[in-house]
Design a protein around this ligand. Structure first.
Ligand code: F0G
Length: 344
């Protein structure tokens, strides 16, 4: 039978209410891409779980199929979320599929163009907040407490249920959990989901390396960050909703949460692209953390099986690339000019 999406494939492992009415765009089932060159350089067995290949280009679709399926089954008519962009695009797509109205709140001027375009294309009502993601999240929590509008941020437990499926897929592909799982941490829903998923699936437990951006690293600093700043706008978050659970996941797994600089993130984005995997900046944070830790001897990679989660596609944030590179050469449309430019 052809693939029918995550609720169909893993529904028996997901704690979803009976009224859930599956809404799917055939999310999940993303590849675990071997990285032979990086593996050789590091002396380990490295895989990228490429979540950018989900229907709307990020891992958010895993949780959104669950959250929207539950919301529509209970009769919700409108959904809302705060977002740094990917949740917005995903909520908009699944709401469209289900015939629901969607409203998304985003921090003004801080959302990558591919995400904003997606949210608009799928028909969301996009509202820019003169504030941060954290401010937007407070507002959507308040409005969903006072009105029948359904919240589809990862505070919604069904988002976490859906996102556990990535851990299940990794175990199914490898036959067991890897030694390490490295991933970016923003609002901390995904690290929470992976840890819950691995614990539930009983195919072994990885150590978890969660990675924040240095300018938005509340879980490393141990306190909220009032004005988070990073080039990795997806994880530009100062008060993670599931921060406690993220710290628990790191601790229980015998792993940790660290921070990397924007320069490290961007250079790792290039490393990944040089092996054929183009991801958005936030998605490079997991590998960036692994490279930084192993470079200073804090991470024994030798002989280990490591999965790095790349959460969103590079096409989400094209301006990061086009702004930092020289624009391509322009030549007359003739052979002599072409051969000259290639050979010099
Ligand atoms: N990577 C990407 C590409 C993201 O979009 C996000 C979060 C994360 C990592 C971090 O995941 O929040 O579960 O710790 N994006 C949210 C959004 C905040 O609104 O799209 P997390």
């Amino acid at each position: 039978m052809t693939y029918q999406g995550l609720i169909h494939r893993y529904g028996q492992y997901l704690d979803l209410p009976a009224h859930t009415k599956p809404i799917s765009l055939l999310e999940g089932n993303t590849p675990l891409i071997p990285m032979p060159r990086l593996s050789r350089e590091l002396g380990c067995e490295l895989f990228i779980k490429f979540e950018g290949l989900n229907p709307t280009g990020s891992f958010k679709d895993r949780g959104m199929t669950a959250a929207i399926s539950e919301a529509v089954g209970r009769g919700a008519k409108t959904v809302i979320c705060a977002s740094t962009g990917n949740t917005a695009a995903s909520a908009a797509a699944y709401a469209a599929r289900a015939g629901l109205r969607s409203i998304v709140l985003i921090p003004e001027g801080k959302v990558a163009v591919g995400k904003l375009a997606g949210a608009i294309a799928y028909g969301a009502e996009v509202i820019q907040i003169q504030g941060s993601f954290d401010d937007a999240l407070s507002l959507v929590v308040e409005i969903t407490q006072k009105t029948p509008i359904a919240l589809v941020n990862s505070i919604n437990p069904f988002r976490i249920e859906g996102q556990k499926t990535a851990a299940f897929e990794i175990c199914d592909d490898l036959g067991s959990a890897p030694d390490w799982l490295c991933l970016p941490v923003g609002n901390a829903g995904n690290i929470t989901s992976y840890w819950a998923g691995f614990k539930q699936y009983q195919k072994g437990l990885p150590q978890i390396l969660g990675v924040q951006a240095a300018g938005a690293a509340p879980l490393v600093l141990g306190h909220p960050v009032e004005k988070p700043e990073t080039v990795a706008t997806a994880i530009r978050i100062g008060r993670p909703a599931r921060g406690e659970q993220a710290l628990e996941a790191a601790q229980e797994s015998n792993g940790r949460i660290i921070a990397v600089t924007d320069e490290q993130i961007l250079s790792t984005q290039r490393v990944l692209a040089s092996e054929g995997v183009w991801v958005e900046p936030a998605s490079a944070a997991g590998l960036s953390g692994l490279l930084a830790e192993s470079a200073v001897g804090k991470f024994e990679v030798k002989g280990r099986r490591i999965v790095v989660v790349c959460t969103g596609h590079g096409m989400k944030d094209p301006s990061i690339i086009t702004e930092s590179f020289q624009s391509p050469k322009v030549i007359p449309a003739d052979y002599a000019a072409l051969i000259e430019v290639i050979e010099t």
